[in-house]
Design a protein around this ligand. Structure first.
Ligand SMILES: *Cc1c(COP(=O)(O)O)cnc(C)c1O
Length: 377
């Protein structure tokens, strides 16, 4: 029998989820309201330091609510790094906003604050500032939010933090996303901890969270009948999933330690190979290494990252190219952009390796052996 396939980042259960689910079922509170939701929201607040949290059906729903409470309107520009997952901007685009993609800093793979500062000054001269800037934490590395906030504060542009990949990461002593007007978190199945699907909208301002809560529950106005001044969404999280999320959040610290240890082991075992390098850790924080990402220089390694991906796949190992830059996606071919050479180079050479919390040492050794073998081939 061939060895079991190794996946990129499968969900990793703690063993406590079934009991938590049963407790919610026994309580009868299975609707998207009640004590399990309140407990999950309190757990997210405790994990991140955000005082006000709304549980949402997904991270993308939290981002959509962020764009709603910021009153993004058709034709508004929303700026984001090009090196990210499509959900960073998709809800804004669906609201009629125009995305504009900025390049990332090679030292962190996150939005470049110097480029942002220069682009905002140029936009101000044109008289067309963005309505929002989205900072994105990538592969468990917090963006340089202080630099981004300083650039945006000068022009009064609000910052949303897409911290879907940032849970557990820190930046200058605080949790990733802290300081942004709104942060969006994800508890999707592939993230560092999961609710089986879910997200959170987190903010310092209770008024923003109250508005998001109203919109997430169909924007029902207070009245005995159904009354709506605006249209909302069905974005609430199920109590059942919230209970799973609370159990998983309690394991966040050991999960971060496990992902960091996996990253270190890959780096120690592979860094001597010609043409191989690993995602840098930014000096301002501690990354979770949600996914281990490395770069493959084909001229030195002897094959490119796609050939290596296929070699791993043939050995029963899932790996993935890093994010394809959004400005190169057909969906955004007409979107304005600033720079992009860094993101393009990362995509040309970047590969994410199996990074699951539950990856056994022997499985990681298999991954390492295939990569070493590919280089010597
Ligand atoms: C996972 C992810 C999202 C979306 O989260 P969902 O919970 O899957 O909707 C958004 N942005 C980034 C950068 C992500 O990695």
């Amino acid at each position: 029998m061939p060895p079991a396939r190794i996946h990129l980042s499968p969900p990793h259960l703690t063993g406590g989820e079934a009991a938590a689910l049963l407790a919610v079922l026994d309580s009868g509170w299975v609707a998207p309201a009640g004590p399990a939701i309140a407990e999950f929201e309190a757990a997210v607040a405790a994990a991140t330091g955000f005082p006000h949290v709304l549980a949402t059906a997904s991270g993308t729903a939290a981002l959509h609510l962020a764009f709603r409470v910021l009153d993004i309107a058709p034709g508004d520009e929303v700026w984001a790094p090009g090196f990210t997952f499509v959900a960073t901007v998709a809800p804004a685009v669906q609201m009629g906003a125009v995305p504009r993609f900025l390049d990332v800093d090679p030292a962190s793979w996150t939005l470049d604050p110097d480029l942002l500062r220069a682009e905002l000054a140029a936009a101000a001269r044109r008289g067309r500032l963005p309505r929002a800037v989205v900072a994105v934490d990538i592969y468990g590395q917090a963006a340089d939010l202080d630099g981004i906030l300083a650039a945006c504060d000068r022009w009064g542009v609000p910052v949303v933090s897409d911290s879907a990949e940032g849970l557990g990461a820190s930046m200058r002593g605080r949790h990733a996303g802290r300081g942004a007007r709104v942060a969006a978190l994800s508890f999707n199945g592939n993230k560092i901890v999961t609710a089986g699907g879910g997200g959170a909208f987190a903010a310092d301002d209770p008024v923003l969270v109250a508005r998001a809560r109203h919109l997430a529950h169909h924007a029902k106005d207070p009245a005995p009948h159904y009354q709506h001044s605006v249209t909302g969404h069905s974005y609430a999280l199920s109590s059942l999933l919230a209970a799973v999320g609370t159990v998983q959040l309690a394991a966040l610290a050991p999960r971060v330690a496990a992902r960091r240890a996996l990253f270190d082991r890959y780096r120690d075992a592979l860094s001597d190979l010609p043409g191989i390098s690993f995602m840098p850790e930014a000096p301002w924080g501690t990354a979770t290494r949600w996914l281990t990402a490395m770069l493959v220089r084909p001229d030195r390694f002897g094959m490119d990252r796609e050939a290596l991906r296929q070699r791993l796949d043939a050995a029963g190992i899932e790996s993935r190219p890093v994010w394809k830059p959004l400005p190169d996606q057909p969906a955004f071919r007409d979107a304005p952009r600033a720079g992009g050479a860094v993101a393009a180079a990362l995509f040309a050479q970047g590969l994410c390796l199996p990074s699951g919390n539950g990856l056994a040492e022997a499985e990681q050794d298999r991954v390492i052996a295939v990569i070493r073998g590919a280089c010597l081939a």
